[in-house]
Design a protein around this ligand. Structure first.
Ligand code: BTN
Length: 272
């Protein structure tokens, strides 16, 4: 059965949740676009304001991290949110950390057992539920505009290493997420609270919350055939890996900082 997106239901969900107070989002909903990120950049070029949101029922050229394609059939959630952060370009990864934490913690509050897989994945039982793609425009070393793109598997088919919420909720009598519109507002509210935390509380607090939901702490990783252990993430989004090296009788511990996109932490393939 095709998944319909009911804009009025979403606006009602947002209004009910905000108890009639204004919410910042201005919604643009499409049946099909190439990429919601690209559509939002086009709208921004025409004067759209921060907190404009593009949602599509499907994408024909969805963009993933590291130049990959994001396969986007109907049944999934595909949305992009425009923000205007006051951040130096070197801190742009903080937008992804903030979004990942905000979305994961909102879904958690609703009862979804979701974690974060470094740097930008949402996971359930070590399988990919969704991902975040942050794109920025930089001027004089500062971010002037950013688009946060989020894809979450709702009812769409997923690869072996993925999971969708329909599969995960199948055994629940009362489903934590009852409809796509509820998932949408949880994601929007999550991005908003992630940005609020970053702006008001700062990166140290945000990072400690992000680490609280990170599923990779303690994972063993191999770098140049040497074993290391994941011990955290830096404020620039790099993975902190502790390496033990043996020098005759001495054991030395050093820490490496791994750039996002240079190693993969892997997924589980077994059934849930
Ligand atoms: C990843 O590779 O994990 C990030 C995927 C991000 C996909 C979303 S879907 C909505 C938005 N529009 C895009 O073209 N990409 C992002």
């Amino acid at each position: 059965m095709p998944v319909e997106f009911d804009c009025q239901k979403l606006e009602l969900a947002l209004k009910t949740e905000t108890k009639g107070e204004n919410y910042p989002f201005s919604l643009h909903i499409f049946d099909s676009v190439a990429s919601t990120n690209q559509t939002l950049w086009n709208l921004l070029a025409e004067g759209a304001k921060p907190w404009s949101v593009v949602i599509a029922k499907q994408q024909t050229a969805g963009r993933g991290q590291w130049g990959r394609q994001w396969i986007s059939p109907t049944g999934g959630l595909y949305l992009s949110v425009a923000i205007a952060p006051k951040l130096e370009a070197s801190a742009s990864y903080q937008l992804t950390l903030a979004s990942a934490w905000g979305i994961a913690s909102h879904l958690h509050q609703l009862g979804v057992d979701v974690g974060i897989k470094w740097p930008n994945d949402l996971v359930i039982n070590s399988r990919k539920l969704g991902g975040i793609l942050t794109e920025t425009k930089i001027n004089n070393g500062y971010i002037t505009q950013a688009v946060i793109g989020v894809g979450i598997n709702w009812k769409n088919p997923v690869p072996e290493t993925g999971i969708n919420l329909e599969m995960w909720q199948a055994s629940y009598i009362t489903k934590p997420i009852s409809c796509l519109e509820m998932l949408t507002w949880a994601v929007l509210r999550g991005i908003e609270s992630g940005m609020e935390c970053l702006a008001q509380e700062g990166i140290s607090i945000l990072l400690s919350r992000y680490l609280g939901l990170l599923s990779n702490i303690g994972d063993k990783v191999y770098i140049d055939n040497l074993a290391g252990t994941v011990v955290g993430v830096t404020s620039q989004g790099k993975l902190r890996v502790s390496m033990e090296t043996y020098d005759k009788t001495d054991i030395n511990t050093t820490e490496l900082y791994i750039e996002p996109g240079t190693i993969s932490l892997g997924y589980r393939k077994s059934s849930i």
